[in-house]
Design a binder for this molecule. Sequence first.
Ligand code: 5AD
Ligand code: SF4
Length: 437
Amino acid sequence: MNHDPKTFRIKSFGCQMNVYDGERISELLTETGLAAATDGEDADLVVLNTCHIREKATEKAYSDVGRLKREDGSRPMIALAGCVAQAEGAEAKRRSPMIDMVVGPQAYHRLPEMLREAARGARPVETDMPALSKFDALPKRRRANPSAFLTVQEGCDKFCTYCVVPYTRGAEISRPRADIVAEARALVEGGAKEIVLLGQNVNAWEHEGHGLAELIREIARIEGLERIRYTTSHPADMTDALIEAHGEVEKLMPYLHLPVQSGSDRILKALNRSPTTETYLRTIEKVRAARPDIAVSGDFIVGFPGETEDDFEATLRIVDAVRYAAAYSFKYSARPGTPAAMMEDQIAPEIMDERLQRLHARIAETQLAFNRSTAGRETQVLIERRGRRAGQMIGRSPWLQSVHLHTSAEPGAMLDVTLTAAGPNSMTGALRQKDAA
Ligand code: 5AD
Ligand code: SF4
């Protein structure tokens, strides 16, 4: 192991908040004097920014640590960061002797200090959750992707019975409005055209009596910023003010990620998810009244303890009722320390597999139907990256669809595009006259 790391690499897993944290860790390490390793180069320090949401994700963290051993038997300095670090703490060092540092998602501003301690041979563990102090200690944002993440809220007080987030990310806290607006400005100055406001419970953001709708309206006033999104929302916090903003704020994109998790009220109760399917559907109706073309996406858990075939069929029905433009579905995974892990009637793996397949198929249908409904539309696409084929670029439509098109425009360009064809997972686009010239 190199005790004086000069180069680093960060691997982020899990949600977008981890991607955001990974970017901030990268900025912090750069400010400390390290340089990001180039592609293919062996980094002196590897930060594994891990996810604990399902058992598979946690196991992956440890197998990734093992894989960092090089052929000659040497290895980089290894920092275990993120939610596995938070959940396991010092236990992680016992499980893997290769781990030099363990740092939770609220403590990574201490990394420079921890690196010095590790260089002296210590194996520091930082899993304190000092509310908001990391944000004050991190360097200012300078460069940003065309679509930039901005964490506005962290943690969760909802305690869904299956979920580790309240334990790994801590209690719900909102960052102050002025800090968020300042960071948004810095991101736009650094090249962002779109800002995605992030929070485990983003629509519960609240500061000095202001809610997310007001925050969105304020950020929309930033010149040079063209698009605003936010994720992930909880159905119980979907206020009328936020719904209205969808009809009024032009920069707010017509997309809403609003997970319901199950279509069965009996299961929703067991999940400790508050609104019933009826209130959820009513919320979706209101959102569509405010913004008729809105793309709705969701998350589902199949095979929660006690889920019957009837419960599962209710989930299939809610997919049809909402006509999701996209949805993510997961097999229930018992997480240590959560109430559901102790429940009886855990569902057999074969049943979970079978239900997951049926749910995937149903979601694929509604997603393709949504994509087809947008074919032929003239819209704008924000170019994000190069495609696989020569001259091909990939961007996003307002409805968050990936759009493949041929253009010489660079990432960050906002182009007038006609969506010419719909696929199951993406759209094809063609430049409209103005840009084609
Ligand atoms: N098992 C399976 N899926 C889970 N999710 C959260 N916790 C679990 C779990 N224990 C899913 C939920 C959530 C998404 C981010 O991950 O659907 O919305
Ligand atoms: Fe994974 Fe949840 Fe942590 Fe995000 S907050 S990294 S989804 S465990």
